[in-house]
Every structure is written in structure tokens, then in C-alpha cells.
Write a protein that binds this ligand. Structure first.
Ligand SMILES: Nc1ncnc2c1ncn2[C@@H]1O[C@H](COP(=O)(O)OP(=O)(O)OP(=O)(O)O)[C@@H](O)[C@H]1O
Ligand SMILES: [Mg+2]
Length: 391
């Protein structure tokens, strides 16, 4: 059996000791580390449990025991079956009892001792630990990343958010492509406020403040992206994205991210890690398939599983020339079937000319509109069997 831990502690040293101790435990690893043990901890834990339902939590409450216990309580309310090891320097009866009452399954005294840690892991291994987050009411994050520039990443993200909004999902479309910043252009919007203002106001962020300064598309979703001027990259870091996404999944049903194609940008990586589903967008040309192969290998090394990574072949043409690959060739090269094929269609550039998503004009788009909606159905699990041009 494998030992997968989520470690919450504001103390870097504590997190490091856990990592070191795990080196002696076969088949074990730290899946995620959280640097804050506060009331938002449960959101991060829930998100990670969706990917790793067998994980357990180690929570160091020593920095602020009162806040730590409150955080533990919220975690246990959200996921009652989660195995939690609490830890503090104080280990008097009252402290330990308070942890157990807050829902901890076990307790470790600090400074951590190797043997005691090992024994705690053995006790944990003896306890059945699979949790179910099926009832999670957190919003889902869908991220589109292009295996190459120009493959249609922004087009797909914008239309995806549009369909969700038409289905009355309270949705947010995030443009995380700092260089292209195309989402606003696709939507004919000129947002006054951007991710810079989000970053500056994170500590006091609430829904009223957020909706007070971001732009709402006529289709109903909220749109936020980078500043237009390239020199204003400014200060928006991966931890800031983490905090922002924690806010978003608590308040909105769906978050759609246009991640551009820079997979090793820190903030993009943070977005990928927070995502429930990643759509890797490629076309049938060999260079985009080769890149997709590299991206997939990288994402697998980061701990993503095949069912979280969905291959979307855009500009799909069944009849193609010899310079393009067939779906079978794509499947065998990537060792994974394509999730969906979105056909090549002049309706996309035509909609871009009007600066409105293709799905906002069902009549002009015709068949393409239907195919795109089936893609959204399949991606969101609305229908078990996708219809149309499912690849
Ligand atoms: N399935 C399709 N059929 C025809 N044209 C398409 C299709 N998908 C996208 N396009 C067109 O391709 C162009 C590039 O699309 P888009 O801006 O979405 O790509 P991108 O991958 O986001 O590019 P960038 O790397 O610049 O961010 C646009 O003109 C768009 O209308
Ligand atoms: Mg783009």
C-alpha cells in the first residue's frame, strides 16, 4: 500500500522533516504542502483529495493552535473520513484531547522523533483510508493549454466558458497567458481591472469586491486576465494564484483557464496543479504532436493521471494530407486516445471577426455548435456517452 501525505505547516523545517522521514518509508510521498493552517485549508485538501482519495493529512498546529484546531475542524466537516495526524510541541492531555475532538486520528509530539513518526505511519497504514469527495460542492477548474502557439487554445477556452454560462453555471474565465492576453480580444472586451488588482486585493478578497471590479461577459461569465501593456507583468506569483483559486472554487461553480502554452511558467504550473481537468490542445501537425508528447510526460511526472489529462485535437480533419497525422497515429504516439476532435471550421475565425464566441450564435455556427456542446457534455460528465464527433 502506498503512503501519500498532504502536509500543512507554516514551518518549512517541519515540512522538510516529514519529507526526510518519508525517505525511510517504502512507496511513500508528500503530494502537497500547505504553508497556511487556516480556515481555507479544507479547500486545498478537498482539491487534492479529488486527485488522490487515499491521501492522509499531517497538520502542524503549533504556530497558532487555536486557528489550527479550527482549521482541522473545518477539514473534518468537509471530509469526515480523512485520516489526520495532528502535531504540536505541547503534548499534555488537554492539547491532545483538543486535537482528537477536532477530528484528528493520531497525534505526534514535536520535535518529531523518527521512531514515533514511523509508528504513526504504521498505525495509519492499518486503518482503511479511502475518502469520497463525491459530494464536494467546490467549483471545478478546467484548464486549456496549447501544445503549440496558434492551435486554438483561447478559442476553445472562451467557447467552453460560454457554454457553461449558458447552462447557468456561475463561471469565471481566467486568462493566464501573460504574453498573448487574447481572451479579451476574442470577447470584444476591454477590462479596466486585471489580475494585478486581484493580486493587490487578495488579503481582503470577497465576492462583492471581486465582482465589483471584474468584467462580466454578456453570456454571463466573469472574465479576468493580465494587464494589456506587456511591461506591466507586475507581481502575480504562484502562491497568489493558489490563494485566488481557493477563493474562486469556493464561490463559483466553474473556473475555465486559458493557460496559453508556457507550461513551465510558475503561475501556469500552479494553475495546472489546481485543475481538475487539463485539456491539452493540439492539431494534427507533427510538431504539435511531438510537443504534446513532451507536455504529457512532464505532467505525468508531476503526478497527473491519464484521466485528468484530456487530449483535444483542434482543427480536426478526417480527410487530411500526408503532412498531418490521423487520430490513430496521435493515439499511438501519445499512448492515450484523443478525448475529442473539434473540426476545422470557418465559423471560428468568423466569430473572432465579430469578437463574440462561436457558441453565442447557434444559427450561423450550425453543426459546429452541436459538436462543441457535446464536447462540453463529455468534459463535464453531463452525458456518459458523448455523441457527435467524439474521438
Ligand atoms: N477549429 C478551428 N477551425 C478553424 N479555425 C480555428 C479553429 N480553432 C481556432 N481557429 C482559429 O485559429 C486562430 C488562432 O486561434 P486562437 O487564438 O484560439 O489560438 P491560440 O492557440 O490561443 O493562439 P496563441 O498561441 O496566439 O495564444 C484564430 O483565428 C481562430 O479563429
Ligand atoms: Mg491564445
Amino acid at each position: 500500500m502506498s503512503v501519500n501525505l498532504l502536509v500543512a505547516s507554516s514551518d518549512e523545517h517541519f515540512r522538510e522533516i516529514i519529507r526526510e522521514n518519508l525517505l525511510n518509508v517504502p512507496n511513500s510521498k508528500v503530494l502537497s504542502e500547505y504553508t497556511d493552517v487556516n480556515t481555507n485549508l479544507y479547500i486545498r485538501v478537498l482539491q487534492d483529495l479529488e486527485r488522490h482519495p487515499d491521501a492522509a493529512l499531517v497538520a502542524d498546529i503549533s504556530f497558532d493552535p487555536e486557528a489550527g484546531l479550527a482549521a482541522l475542524q473545518k477539514v473534518k466537516q468537509a471530509v469526515p473520513e480523512l485520516y489526520v495526524i495532528a502535531s504540536n510541541f505541547q503534548a499534555d492531555g488537554e492539547t491532545v484531547l483538543a486535537c482528537l475532538r477536532a477530528g484528528a486520528s493520531d497525534f505526534l509530539t514535536q520535535p518529531l522523533k523518527r521512531l514515533e513518526f514511523r509508528e504513526a505511519i504504521t498505525r495509519m497504514e492499518a486503518t482503511p483510508r479511502r475518502v469520497s469527495t463525491g459530494g464536494s460542492r467546490l467549483g471545478k477548474i478546467y484548464t486549456f493549454i496549447g501544445a503549440k502557439g496558434g492551435v486554438g487554445t483561447t478559442t476553445l477556452a472562451v467557447n467552453f466558458a460560454g457554454v457553461l454560462a449558458q447552462r447557468k453555471q456561475n463561471s469565471v474565465l481566467l486568462d493566464m497567458d501573460w504574453t498573448a492576453n487574447d481572451v479579451a480580444m476574442h470577447l470584444g472586451a476591454a477590462p479596466q481591472y486585471t489580475l494585478m488588482e486581484v493580486g493587490e486585493n487578495l488579503s481582503k478578497m470577497d465576492q462583492a469586491l471581486f465582482e465589483g471590479f471584474v468584467t462580466r461577459d454578456p453570456l454571463g461569465f466573469i472574465l479576468v486576465g493580465p494587464p494589456d501593456a506587456l511591461e506591466q507583468r507586475g507581481y502575480f506569483t504562484e502562491p497568489m494564484f493558489r490563494e485566488f483559486s481557493t477563493f474562486l472554487v469556493e464561490k463559483y461553480q466553474a473556473v475555465v483557464v486559458d493557460a496559453g502554452r508556457n507550461i513551465n511558467d510558475d503561475v501556469v504550473l500552479g494553475a495546472l496543479q489546481a485543475s481538475n481537468t487539463i485539456f491539452l490542445v493540439l492539431t494534427q501537425d507533427y510538431s504539435s504532436i511531438r510537443n504534446a508528447q513532451r507536455y504529457l510526460a512532464f505532467l505525468m511526472r508531476m503526478g497527473f493521471t491519464q484521466d485528468q489529462l484530456k487530449i483535444v485535437v483542434n482543427r480536426y480533419q478526417k480527410k487530411h494530407d500526408m503532412h498531418m497525422a490521423s487520430l490513430e497515429q496521435i493515439t499511438s504516439t501519445l499512448n492515450q486516445p484523443a478525448f475529442y476532435g473539434i473540426p476545422q471550421s470557418p465559423a471560428f475565425p468568423a466569430s473572432l471577426n465579430k469578437a463574440r464566441p462561436m457558441i453565442s450564435d447557434r444559427q450561423s455556427a450550425g453543426e459546429l455548435d452541436r459538436i462543441f456542446r457535446s464536447f462540453v457534455d463529455k468534459a463535464t460528465g453531463v452525458k456518459k456517452e458523448a455523441v457527435g464527433k467524439s474521438a
